[in-house]
Design a protein around this ligand. Sequence first.
Ligand code: ZN
Length: 141
Amino acid sequence: MLLDDLYRRVIMDHYKNPRNRGTLDHDVITINLNNPTCGDRITLQMQIEDGVIQSAKFDGEGCSISISSASMMTDAVKGKTVKEALEIADRFSKMMQGELQEFEYEDIEALSGVNKFPARIKCATLAWNAMKKGTTNSTSS
Ligand code: ZN
């Protein structure tokens, strides 16, 4: 229970004080994604140069899980290569499937408990799916 409390506190901190919330003003990739089952919607903007995610910002509305996950995701992938970011996303989906308990970013590990609530998994993966979609667009162009 102590651990659950700690995780909840991390999630609420990202929800109330989201990192990287806002919009980018230069040439960027913009992805809009919704999760209709919960009503979450997110706009993710990324600036990718030479295969590196230079900056990432998001805006949107949604439940604490979707917003905190977007906050954590943008923090984790900033400055990473697209390849590294996709590897982090892969491990995140493994964590959502309950195959992985530990995460190299402690804040993201706070979302590990979401795998026990199948209806909320889409909330947690929304921002990651947006990132995957955006990086795929960037490599194909
Ligand atoms: Zn949600």
